[in-house]
Design a protein around this ligand. Sequence first.
Ligand SMILES: Cc1cc2nc3c(=O)[nH]c(=O)nc-3n(C[C@H](O)[C@H](O)[C@H](O)COP(=O)(O)OP(=O)(O)OC[C@H]3O[C@@H](n4cnc5c(N)ncnc54)[C@H](O)[C@@H]3O)c2cc1C
Length: 388
Amino acid sequence: MDFSFPPEAIAFRAEVRRFLKDNLTEEMIAATHDGTIHSPALHKAMAERGWLSGAVPKELGGGGRDPLESVVLIEELQLARAPIDAMGVAIVMVSMILEHGNQFLRDTVVPRLLSGDALGCFGYSEPESGSDVAAAKTRAVRDGDEWVINGSKMWTTMAHVADYVILLTRTDPEVTKHKGLTFFLVPLDTPGIEIQPVPTMGTERSNATFYDDVRISDDWRVGDVNGGWAVMKTALKYERGIAGGQFPSPPVIDAAVDWASSNTRPDGTRVIDDPAVREKLIRAMIDVEVCRGFAYHTASLASEGVMFGVEGSMTKLFASETYKKHCRWFHDMLGVEGLLTHHEPDAHMGGLIEENLRHSPVTAIYGGTSEINRNMIAEGHLGLPRTR
Ligand SMILES: Cc1cc2nc3c(=O)[nH]c(=O)nc-3n(C[C@H](O)[C@H](O)[C@H](O)COP(=O)(O)OP(=O)(O)OC[C@H]3O[C@@H](n4cnc5c(N)ncnc54)[C@H](O)[C@@H]3O)c2cc1C
């Protein structure tokens, strides 16, 4: 397979690198320690360059950038450790609205999301349904031209800084679970919404959100009444596209090389000269090349107009599982020094390896757990029977 990039993608990579050099600051990266993986200034600057609309398919009315360029963008942003949670949400949410939403939502919400003036968040998961997202219980009941929403969502990441939540609700409890769902785009300043922080061990802040007699007009409905599962499938399709490019390990590997090169064993030899350490570093670098192979393959399929499915699961599964493994290896290598976090002055590279060790497990949970992705690969690629 030849994954050499077309000249446009090579030029775009150089443009992204220049942009990051000029716009991404250490303060922006450090600010993620407060738990929100988002920088308003960086998000706005990317929006102004048209990079959010560029990732939305042309047939939906977006900029329709070649998926090979989108993977280059995500790769460079991740290599630079740029805080970009809001970007992924905006791209998926706009695609959902453009594919299923009415003219009111297209006219009022889409321009605000694409310009970076407003932020969104996903309200799918509930305290008792995550992997089985179609089991959502949050109720929406019609009352004239309005809907009344009651229920609670779990893991509504970014809700505390967002303007809108795209909410999966149950509108018909009498039919089979996939058939009684409806989506709404709910402004988060609507009376009756409460947002409570949920801290995670990976520093990242998520939220529990509560909806108590929240009233919204039918204008805010996305897709057909009881047609929510079709909207959910659109969301998963575009989310897999974003997850198609995953490069979380390289900063951790760079930190490990730096530490091993600048530290010595009690016998005076450099850690990096230990064959066991070198083997782990090289295996990790090979894993990153495999990740690149998966991501570029997925992007080149999309570039040729093939809507990938199971390839997105393979990419995400391999990237998040190897990332977890690399963090464990290199955290072990640091020994007791690995216990120092970013608060502590002697922490190596600001505690980068320790922080990634805590962050890496969540990447194997959100956007579909590793078990769910394994199921999808088993069924979709290996042809094994359905397990559920
Ligand atoms: C930090 C973080 C941020 C998140 N952000 C958001 C967000 O913004 N919006 C949102 O809606 N959700 C968000 N999520 C929720 C995330 O999508 C769910 O946590 C995930 O889908 C798993 O659901 P669950 O937590 O209910 O676990 P469960 O579905 O209860 O799963 C528990 C365990 O059982 C396994 N399991 C479940 N079903 C199967 C099966 N059929 N076969 C094999 N194994 C199975 C799972 O893999 C897992 O190991 C976030 C989660 C985290 C941790």
